[in-house]
Design a protein around this ligand. Structure first.
Ligand SMILES: [Zn+2]
Length: 234
């Protein structure tokens, strides 16, 4: 299976879906993480770094996290999504090139404007990629499912809980590799551990990550074909 993860900043992929990425990678799936911003604004005052220096530091941190969790990554390096059509086209191109079976992206219900923009652009792109539009950007590709992940704004009723009990420690270790972010978000490793415990409680396991299924790609019950199967019970 090919799995595509969209993230606004380096570390969003880890906070939201890092345990699941590690698990999918360990299970032999190919994971590509596409990060929109290099995160130049994400630095604590005491670091006394300029925006470029922060971006360089975070690029290196992301490479180390990618090695630990077992994903390939691409950093697009946008500071803002100004031209939404261009961003959709870029994401359509990526989807048609990589041909993901499963996509994870930000939730549209989020405090951060770039998280919301990435959510809107990528869910539209996954849909556009499945149509005959943007024929210059490759053949249509329909992903199997799109899931939203949690960063700071939590889901009341998640649709999918993924058991990450064996991956929890590697998720926490990976967070420590995002060294610049430990000062921006004091207590972040404890947050990751505690949220995974809360989600695990709901799933009946020790640690889990929670997702909402996006309605950007509706399931289709074709005439004469079996009805789509509901998700398996835990
Ligand atoms: Zn972010």
């Amino acid at each position: 299976m090919r799995v595509l993860v969209f993230a606004a900043h380096p570390d969003d992929e880890l906070i939201g879906v890092g345990g699941t990425i590690a698990r999918l990678s360990q299970e032999g799936n190919e994971v590509l993480v596409v990060i929109f911003s290099r995160g130049g604004g994400g630095v604590a005052a005491e670091e006394r770094l300029g925006e470029e220096e922060v971006e360089e530091a975070r690029d290196a941190e992301t490479a180390a996290v990618a090695r630990l969790l077992g994903f390939r990554h691409r950093i697009l390096g946008v500071r803002e999504i100004i031209d939404r059509r261009e961003a959709v086209k870029e994401a359509v191109r990526l989807v048609r090139e990589f041909k993901p079976h499963l996509v994870f992206t930000h939730s549209p219900w989020d405090h951060h404007h770039l998280h919301v923009s990435v959510s809107k652009v990528t869910t539209e792109a996954v849909w556009q990629a499945s149509t005959r539009a943007y024929g210059q950007l490759g053949e249509p590709w329909r992903a199997g499912a799109v899931y939203y992940y949690e960063v700071w704004d939590l889901f009341t009723k998640p649709h999918l809980l993924v058991d990450i009990t064996p991956q929890l420690e590697v998720k926490v270790e990976a967070m420590k590799l995002y060294r610049t972010q430990l000062k921006v978000f004091p207590g972040i490793t404890e947050y990751l551990r505690s949220l995974a415990r809360v989600r695990g409680y709901l799933a009946g396991v020790e640690y889990a990550e929670a997702f909402l299924r996006s309605d950007s790609l509706p399931s289709v019950a074709s005439s004469g074909a079996p009805f789509p199967r509901p998700p398996a019970a835990p």
